[in-house]
Design a protein around this ligand. Structure first.
Ligand code: PHB
Length: 395
């Protein structure tokens, strides 16, 4: 059992009490009755920009469908979860009991998402995760009502480890925040390195969302490694990449990571990011018609360029549309709704993907290099990569 699963078991009693409070909730169903979609995302703090991009792209796809799904108009309810795990159960309760959400979409942070997963499992409310990569959601806590349009924390880091080992590196370290996403991406990096004949020798962490990296960076020269990998994102990633360069470590210990390290952050990172290699299920300049059209539409709507978070939000709306269209807006037909979503083939800007048994995308992990403000694809680190899905009983 992962740490997350154990935590969830401890919280079950509290969860059941909360579920009892939802029991009186009656969903409005009729044609013309708005479908209520609860977006629980960070709109403040280190991940604020991630939440904004997910939301903007989700709304973009809805607008492309005339604001309707399955013949019903859509009402969006937004809630700022502040990436705070402690407040998450109450926030989920608000969306369900107070706001009467029919569908939940969220979130970014791997700790916060567990409250959403718990509610979806207990109540059968459809949940689409547009970022948070907590592996348990696709493994032992997988559920017929829980879907993800992003990644598992293991996937991009596995691709990075494999690609790094192929360059001849034999020993590497992983630096990250001490929470599920950091730890699980470290496991992916370790497994990728191992598959390529190399070794993860150290895991260095600091608490989320702290950015005092100096004590960790001071240790790097003494680690005996040839390269360093990292998981950071948002504001924290901007700071880490700048500090790594300023510490003079780049030339001796090349920095790489899950692609979030340089995603949506390059303008703020400037020269410090130039040449950094990362692995992710998206890259700038992917030459497919869906991506070209999506980037143009996103830029027109938002006034800034799309990134992986925008792609994941767009695909969350696409996946929801597949389900709600299949049941013509009747959310009580949940078995059919879930079956349609499970079987979906999403025409994503990242390239088309389908879902594994744990409802997690099977997707290419691209190797990218930061150059002149773009994360350019320089190869495929892992093709059609699925999360191992260990412990998931769905088929
Ligand atoms: C996570 O907590 O799962 C997480 C957060 C930000 C990212 C990626 C993963 O960019």
């Amino acid at each position: 059992m992962t740490d997350t699963a154990a935590l969830l078991t401890r919280r079950t009693l509290a969860g059941l009490a909360a579920a009892a409070a939802f029991a009186g909730t009656v969903r409005a169903q009729g044609k013309g009755t708005p479908l209520r979609v609860g977006l629980m995302l960070p709109y403040s703090g280190t991940f604020a920009q991630l939440g904004e991009n997910i939301t903007t792209a989700f709304e973009l796809h809805l607008a492309e469908r005339g604001g309707q799904l399955g013949g019903r108009p859509v009402t969006i309810i937004k809630l700022d979860d502040q990436s705070d795990p402690a407040a998450a159960p109450q926030n989920v309760n608000r969306l369900l009991a107070r706001d009467k959400a029919d569908v939940l979409v969220g979130t970014v942070h791997s700790g916060v998402v567990m409250a959403l997963v718990q509610a979806a499992r207990e109540k059968g409310v459809p949940l689409i995760i547009p970022n948070a990569g907590n592996v348990a959601a696709a493994r032992e806590l997988c559920s017929e009502s829980v879907f993800r349009t992003s990644f598992s924390n293991w996937q991009p880091a596995y691709g990075m480890g494999l690609a790094l080992a192929k360059t001849g590196v034999k020993k590497a370290a992983w630096i990250t925040w001490d929470y599920a996403a950091g730890k699980e991406s470290g496991e992916g990096f370790r497994d990728g390195l191992k598959a390529g004949g190399a070794e993860l020798t150290q895991l260095l962490t600091l608490p989320f969302p702290e950015t005092n990296f100096q004590p960790l960076l001071a240790q790097v020269p003494g680690l005996g490694v040839q390269a360093v990998g990292a998981f950071f994102a948002g504001g924290g990633a901007v700071q880490f990449v700048r500090d790594y360069a300023a510490a003079g470590l780049r030339d001796k210990f090349p920095l790489c990571g899950s692609g979030f390290l340089t995603e949506g952050t390059l303008a703020a990172q400037g020269a410090a990011a130039e040449g950094i290699r990362t692995a992710l299920h998206y890259a700038d300049g992917l030459d497919n018609p869906r991506n070209i059209a999506f980037r143009k539409a996103f830029r027109e709507k938002a006034g800034r360029d799309a990134d992986v978070y925008a792609v994941q939000g767009y695909d969350a709306a696409q996946l929801l549309a597949v389900g709600v269209d299949a049941v013509k807006g009747d959310m009580d037909a949940d078995k059919q709704l879930f079956a349609a979503m499970r079987a979906a083939r999403i025409d994503s800007p990242r390239g088309a993907f389908t879902l594994s048994a744990g409802h997690n995308p099977i997707q290419n992990i691209y190797l990218r290099e930061a150059k002149s403000g773009e994360n350019r694809m320089i190869g495929i680190a892992a093709e059609a990569l699925a999360d191992p899905g260990t412990g998931c009983k769905l088929t």
